[in-house]
Design a protein around this ligand. Structure first.
Ligand code: FAD
Length: 486
């Protein structure tokens, strides 16, 4: 069986390795010059960095087993510290009621609780208005807490008002919990803290998150597969409703029995012929948000303790800042810190075409405005532009995805998976799971419905966590963080 895998990110490489292990003849085609996709690592100023923060965390036993099998013991456990920077204060993230209230102060806390009580008493936690990210969060946390901790950041990230953002985003990324539950948990069930500590740690590979994918690629090659870098696929061929092969830019047509695609869903349909106009129209209605990563090498260490910070302040456009000194693999003798500032924009925004120098200057001045750096000197800067980074869940997007999915499912031998590939806001673990299940479908004629696979880890059956000594099985979904945003 000959299989082409488009894209050497977590989803594509996982599928390719499983297929190679199962005896298939596999070729991976990657448009970029490196494997790992959005989860790649690279060398910068003598150190190893990722594309922004990359915390691997899963409670799915299959995913953890796969990851651990690749990484072996070459990882460190990092105690997660990720806070929200807002009005000069640092709030624990995931949000913890007592921390929030102590930092908001008496007056603001009273208003927050009143706003929640009003929501609860008057509406009984029913939806108000059309279902959206805003109504989903307001219903659970009240208007005031929503405006303080959810609105600004989400609008920076997505570039659309939260009233236009689908509630799917909240449902996938925020645990189904109300402010009342959060307060009761904090006050009445402090013994959960033991499990919380485990969930608050994550395993980070020595050499960066991309090491995992470099190793997977080597294993594919060792099993006889091929990984072609700098080979963008721009044609996926089919005949009589069955996929027949692929063609990379200026390359010949290569015949395959199966094609697994992780390329952007909206570009895949453009790479195919005989696509109905309704499918093209649906693809045109889907959009991705771009990311700009500005790396700064800053004089000094101990700038802040977090692996990354969410920047909620409206006065600055930077949304998240990663500090690579806090990932457990930095040389302790180093005299500088590498920070990565994330900005989000659309193709048409001036920021997307701004020069590297302009972006570095913006990052520098915004970091100073927030007070995260003061008089420290910037030694170096580097910019990475990532087009189509976040699939935008604008209300109604699902209907368009359904049109594409129905068409693509009608082509035998074609499977689409991954963050770009299936237009899902995946993390690495979700993409790895999709890769595992896609390989199962191809090798063993199984029928996992990959379109229905949600980025909601609570739906998984067998649960486990990676710890310093290996994999620990867990039972309860209550051990999870109350609110997940990576
Ligand atoms: C800033 C940032 C922070 C993140 N933080 C976390 C985190 O903390 N934890 C976590 O688990 N995840 C995190 N993620 C998400 C994680 O990186 C992705 O979920 C994961 O990489 C998705 O894997 P994938 O294989 O589905 O897609 P991708 O990694 O996007 O891989 C798709 C690959 O396909 C290639 N490709 C595209 N078009 C073509 C073509 N025509 N031909 C050939 N190749 C093509 C691309 O070059 C890419 O390599 C983060 C992502 C970003 C951007």
């Amino acid at each position: 069986m000959r299989v082409a895998v488009i894209g050497a990110g977590p989803a594509g490489l996982t599928a390719a390795l499983q297929l190679s292990r199962g005896g298939a003849s596999v070729d991976v085609y990657e448009a970029g010059s490196q494997v790992g996709g959005l989860a790649r690592s690279f060398d910068l100023w003598g150190r190893r960095v990722d594309l922004g923060p990359h915390r691997f965390f899963s409670t799915d036993a299959r995913v953890n087993q796969f990851w651990k099998n690749i990484v072996g013991s070459d990882y460190v456990m990092v105690e997660r510290l990720t806070r929200i920077h807002f009005k000069g204060k640092l709030f624990q993230y995931p949000l913890r009621p007592l921390d929030v209230f102590s930092k908001l102060g008496f007056a603001e806390t009273s208003l927050t609780l009143l706003s929640y009580a009003k929501q609860w008493l008057h509406l009984g936690l029913r939806e108000t208005g059309l279902p959206s990210f805003e109504t989903w969060v307001v219903r659970r946390f009240g208007q005031r807490l929503y405006e303080t901790f959810f609105k600004t950041y989400s609008e920076k990230l997505w570039g659309i008002p939260c009233t236009e953002l689908s509630e799917d985003f909240a449902a996938q990324r925020i645990r189904k919990l109300t402010l009342h539950d959060a307060i009761s948990n904090a006050l009445l069930r402090p013994k959960k803290s033991e499990h919380r500590t485990l969930a608050d740690c994550f395993a980070y590979p020595l050499g960066g998150t991309g090491t995992v994918y470099e190793r997977i690629a080597s294993q594919i090659v060792a099993l006889g597969g091929q990984v072609h870098l700098a080979h963008a696929i721009d044609e996926v061929l089919s005949e009589d409703g069955r996929v027949t092969g692929v063609r990379s830019t200026d390359g010949p047509v290569v015949a395959y029995d199966h094609v697994i695609s992780t390329m952007p869903l909206t570009l895949l349909t453009k790479a195919m012929s005989n696509v109905p106009q309704s499918v093209h129209d649906a693809a045109d209605k889907l959009a991705f948000r771009n990311t700009l990563l500005v790396y700064l090498e800053v004089e000094g260490t101990n700038l802040f303790e977090d692996q990354w910070l969410y920047i909620h302040d409206r006065a600055v456009r930077v949304g998240r800042v990663t500090n690579f000194n806090n990932w457990g693999i930095t040389d302790p003798t180093s005299k500088t810190s590498i920070l990565c500032c994330e900005f989000w924009c659309n193709h048409t925004d001036p920021a997307w075409t701004a020069s590297d120098n302009e972006l570095a200057e913006q990052a520098n001045s915004e970091l100073r405005k927030t007070g995260l750096i003061k008089d420290q000197r910037i030694c170096n800067s580097h910019v990475v532009r990532i087009p189509r980074c976040y699939p935008i869940y604008r209300i109604g997007y699902r209907q368009h995805v359904d049109v594409l999915s129905e068409f693509l499912q009608s082509i035998a031998g074609l499977t689409v998976i991954g963050r770009y590939g299936s237009f899902k806001y995946n993390n690495q673990d979700h993409s790895i799971l999709m890769g595992l299940l896609a390989a199962d479908n191809v090798l063993h004629a199984q029928h996992h419905n990959l379109w229905d696979l949600n980025s909601d880890f609570e739906s998984y059956q067998e649960r486990s966590l990676i710890t310093q000594t290996g994999i620990m099985r867990t039972q309860s979904s209550q051990e999870m963080e109350p609110c997940s945003r990576r």
